[in-house]
Design a protein around this ligand. Structure first.
Ligand code: SAM
Length: 256
């Protein structure tokens, strides 16, 4: 029995394998979209929330942007630091909890991709505190760009089947999924071999949000101009109308 929450246990020693997961292969295309959203303004200060192994932070730094990456997992961060050093980059990667960020109107843009920490927390209040904490760190007029799990998808599809079809041979697997229609949480057993070859099995659950909930949560915190789209890996686009076929959605909001 693991005493840590599943999302801490999962990311303890998973950085190398994480970078080989099928869902982390769209970094270049995702950064192309981010650059468009940033108007290619390299003076902007960008916060990467739940930056993981730093794949977006590193790519954007290579393209000339200024990033701070925060994550709860020291394992993910040390892999991010190693990769950055190999490319001769110094990036400010810090171990912080997205529920209680120390920043006060410091950033022009916040990104939180491939979920970051947001829908992984064990209560809706904790998830909400991440949105709250990010807005505090943004300057007025700052932009928040994130992807999260689309609550419309599990109403029409089996999450277990989707993950099985998407996964490669050496990737984490998800079984015994049950989607709870009251809480909109998908409970599953997540299994993987970590970077040291240790087999891990975790009782996990993630919160899926419907678009109108996200809009309301963000509005209640003072975010404006909230736009929601489908989020195709590596091919984010404002032309991608969200449907029930999208596993993830792309959210873009501004701080008033
Ligand atoms: C699915 S990964 C996404 C990583 C990265 N953004 C990407 O696109 O690959 C989720 C990350 O969120 C981090 N995380 C989970 N809970 C967190 C929290 N409360 N605060 C900060 N990071 C958190 C995990 O450690 C993990 O690195």
């Amino acid at each position: 029995m693991n005493e840590k929450p599943w999302y801490e246990a999962l990311f303890e020693n998973y950085g190398q394998k994480y970078d080989r997961e099928c869902f982390t292969q769209g970094t270049q295309g995702e950064c192309n979209f981010l650059e468009q959203e940033l108007g290619r303004d390299k003076s902007l200060r960008i916060l990467d929330v739940g930056c993981g192994t730093g794949r977006h932070a590193i790519e954007l730094t290579l393209r000339g942007y200024h990033l701070t990456g925060i994550d709860l997992s020291e394992g993910q961060l040390s892999h991010a630091r190693e990769k950055a050093a190999q490319q001769g980059l110094t990036i400010d990667f810090r171990r912080l909890d997205a529920r209680e960020l120390p920043f006060d109107r410091e950033f022009d843009v916040a990104i939180m991709l491939c979920e970051g920490g947001f829908p992984l927390m064990e209560t809706d209040e904790m998830n909400f505190s991440i949105l709250q904490s990010v807005i505090k760190g943004l300057k007025n007029g700052g932009k928040f760009i994130f992807t999260t799990l689309n609550g419309l998808f599990p109403l029409y599809h089996s999450v277990e089947k989707f993950c099985a079809e998407a996964g490669g041979t050496d990737n984490a697997t998800y079984r015994s999924n049950t989607f709870d229609l009251i809480t909109f949480r998908d409970h599953n057993i997540t299994e993987l071999e970590d970077d040291s070859g240790k087999k891990i099995s975790l009782d996990s659950n993630e919160r899926y949000y419907v678009p109108s909930e996200i809009t309301w949560l963000l509005k209640s915190l003072g975010y404006v101009k909230i736009d929601i789209f489908g989020a195709k890996l590596g091919a984010f686009s404002r032309n991608d109308k969200l449907t029930t076929e999208d596993f993830e959605m792309l959210v873009i909001a501004e701080k008033f």
